[in-house]
Design a binder for this molecule. Structure first.
Ligand code: FES
Length: 167
């Protein structure tokens, strides 16, 4: 069973969709945002509330690349690795970010703050290189701009305990 605060958020989402299947994706977004992954206790909760088998929920959830079964950091940095970005300093940018965060793509920093992933074309090739941090897209990113981006994220002290665990 998710914690009270998260349970209430999920109930509010499901209620706004009259507990119909249409509420599943918005609810999964809340789960992903709050816990960093498709938390099993939350999936179990949604399964009961929507009367949808857990396997169906996982199938639906993992269809979308923004949902993961692996627990991600609070911030997921996705670096476009498609051809245009790659040839417009995207490779050097990825190298910089790897060193800056001390992780390789597919890894999460030890403090749980950042996960790094490579992504296919993010649809803004004319403004390459492009990255996303969670759901925000940043264009023409340089190492200096990346520093600015992560500096302006919510301070670590405020997010150390996101209170969103479903245990
Ligand atoms: S190649 Fe990077 S946004 Fe298209």
């Amino acid at each position: 069973m998710p914690e009270k605060e998260l349970r209430e958020k999920l109930e509010a989402v499901l209620d706004s969709y009259q507990y119909q299947r249409e509420g599943l994706l918005p609810a999964l977004k809340v789960v992903q945002d709050e816990t960093g992954h498709l938390d099993p206790t939350c999936i179990c909760f949604l399964s009961k509330r929507l009367r949808i088998p857990e396997s169906t929920i996982y199938g639906t959830g993992t269809f979308y690349s923004l949902h993961t079964t692996e627990k991600l950091g609070r911030y997921t940095v996705r670096v476009c690795n498609s051809i245009v970005c790659h040839s417009q300093s995207g490779k050097e940018l990825l190298d910089y970010i790897e060193k800056r965060l001390s992780v390789k793509p597919g890894e999460t920093t030890a403090d749980g703050l950042f996960s790094l992933e490579e992504a296919a074309c993010l649809g803004a090739c004319d403004r390459s290189p492009v990255i996303m941090v969670n759901e925000t897209t940043y264009y023409r990113v340089t190492p200096e701009y990346f520093e600015e981006i992560i500096t302006n994220l919510q301070p670590e002290s405020e997010i150390a305990d996101n209170g969103g665990e479903c245990r």
